[in-house]
Design a protein around this ligand. Structure first.
Ligand code: SF4
Length: 375
C-alpha cells in the first residue's frame, strides 16, 4: 500500500488485516512462515497455501481443503483474502466475458476475458475510475475514485486465469481496463512482479502488456525495471492540436515528449512497442493525421493497432464504417510503409470497452433509484 494515500489508508481502517495478494512472493513466504511458526504449524503449509492461491486460484480460505478447518478460520482472521468479490458478469455472442467486481469499500471495477482459438487475453483495471478524462472514454465519465492495491490488480488476473477453464492455450494479460496504470506506479509495479514471478502467478513477462496514454518518466522506468514486459501506448492522435482535445494529458506531456520516452523504452528493451489508435471519424483521420502518424513511425520502432470506436452514449463520437477505417489505414500504410492492423472490436453487445459495464450498471442503478425509468 502506498504510504500517505488517504484513500488507500481508508481501506486499512475498513479492514486492518494484511492483504495477502499485495505481498510480493518473498514477503508472502516470510509472512506466512512466521505466522504459521507462531501457531506451531509445520513449514510445509506455506507451500500448500501458495499453491492453492496461485496455482489453483481458490476463491477464499474456506476453499483450501488441504488445510485443517480451524487453521482456515485462523487464517481468515489474520489475512484479507481474496481482494475482490464477484458482482456481475456478462457474456457476449462472440465469447467475450466481462466481469464487474466489488471492492472492500464498495467501489467496483471491471475485467474482461477475451478468448480466441489460439490464446486467451485478459484485460485488467488499475484504478477505480480514471483522472485523465479522455474525451471518448466511458471510464473518464466517472472521474477518479482511487488507486487499486497490488492485491486488487493481481486478484483480477488470478481469478480470470482460473475462470477461463482451459490451460491448453496461452494467456496474455493487458493493463487496459479502467484507469491509467502508470499513474498508480507502486501497486502496478508490485502487481507486475507477482504476475510474472514463478512463485506468484508465473505468467511469463512477455505475455504481459502495460497500456498507457503516456506518462513519459514511467515509460522509461517500466523499460528499466521490467524489460520483458510489453508496452502499448494509446496514441489516438499524432498531432498535438488533436491529441490535446481527445487525450487531455497531452497538454502536460506533448507528443514530442511521449515519443522521446518511447524511444528510450525501445532502446533499453530492444523491443517494438504498439501504438493503439482508436479511429474517431472526422476527428483523428484527416490527411494531416495520417502524415503525422507516418512520421512518428519513422522515428520509433512501433506497430499500429487501429480500432473502430465503440460509441459511448452521450460522448458525441460515432463509430466509423469499415470503409472509412480502411481508407485511413491505407493512407498511413502508403506514407509509412508500415503494417497497420485493424483490430476487431470484441464484446460490443456487452459494453466491451473499458468502463462501459460499470457505466451501464450505475446507469441502471440510478434509473432504479429514480423509479426505474430507463428509456
Ligand atoms: S482511455 Fe484510459 S487513460 Fe483515458 S480516461 Fe479512459 S481509462 Fe483513463
Amino acid at each position: 500500500m502506498r504510504a500517505g494515500d488517504p484513500r488507500l489508508e481508508r481501506l486499512t481502517d475498513l479492514d486492518p488485516r494484511d492483504e495477502l495478494l499485495s505481498l510480493l512472493p518473498a514477503e508472502l513466504e516470510t509472512s506466512l512462515a512466521g505466522w504459521l511458526a507462531e501457531r506451531g504449524e509445520p513449514s510445509y503449509r506455506v507451500a500448500q497455501i501458495v499453491d492453492a492461491v496461485y496455482r489453483h486460484g481458490v476463491t477464499g480460505w474456506t476453499a483450501i481443503s488441504t488445510l485443517p478447518t480451524d487453521l482456515r478460520t485462523q487464517l481468515e482472521a489474520g489475512y484479507r483474502f481474496p481482494s475482490i468479490a464477484p458482482h456481475e458478469s456478462r457474456e457476449s455472442v462472440d465469447g467475450t466475458r466481462k466481469f464487474l467486481w466489488k471492492l472492500v469499500d464498495g467501489e467496483s471495477i471491471e475485467s474482461v476475458l477475451i478468448p480466441t482459438p489460439r490464446r486467451d487475453t485478459i484485460c485488467i483495471s488499475s484504478q477505480v475510475g480514471c483522472p485523465l478524462a479522455c474525451a471518448f472514454c466511458a471510464t473518464g465519465v466517472f472521474g477518479y475514485r482511487r488507486n487499486l492495491t497490488a492485491g486488487e490488480i493481481v486478484d483480477q488476473a488470478r481469478r480470470l486465469k482460473a475462470l477461463r477453464g482451459r490451460s491448453d492455450v496461452g494467456m496474455n494479460v493487458v493493463f487496459m481496463g479502467m484507469g491509467e496504470p502508470l499513474l498508480n506506479w507502486n501497486p502496478v509495479a508490485a502487481a507486475l512482479e507477482i504476475l510474472i514471478d514463478p512463485r506468484g502467478l508465473d505468467l511469463g513477462a512477455r505475455r504481459v502488456t502495460v497500456s498507457t496514454v503516456g506518462v513519459p518518466e514511467r515509460i522509461v522506468a517500466l523499460g528499466e525495471r521490467f524489460p520483458q514486459v510489453r508496452l502499448a501506448v494509446s496514441l489516438h492522435a499524432a498531432r498535438d492540436e488533436v491529441r490535446n482535445e481527445i487525450v487531455p494529458l497531452n497538454r502536460r506531456h506533448p507528443v514530442r515528449e511521449l515519443i522521446a520516452a518511447c524511444r528510450v523504452w525501445a532502446e533499453s528493451t530492444g523491443k517494438r512497442l504498439t501504438f493503439e489508435y482508436v479511429h474517431l471519424p472526422g476527428v483523428n483521420d484527416g490527411v494531416a493525421d495520417a502524415v503525422a502518424l507516418a512520421e512518428l513511425l519513422k522515428r520509433v520502432p512501433a506497430k499500429v493497432n487501429l480500432m473502430r470506436y465503440n460509441p459511448v452514449e452521450g460522448l458525441g463520437f460515432r463509430r466509423p464504417t469499415e470503409a472509412e477505417t480502411m481508407t485511413f489505414r491505407d493512407a498511413v500504410t502508403d506514407l509509412s510503409q508500415s503494417a497497420i492492423t485493424i483490430r476487431k472490436s470484441r464484446g460490443i453487445d456487452i459494453e466491451g470497452a473499458c468502463g462501459q459495464l460499470r457505466l451501464a450498471h450505475e446507469a441502471s442503478a440510478v434509473a432504479a433509484e429514480i423509479g426505474g425509468h430507463t428509456s
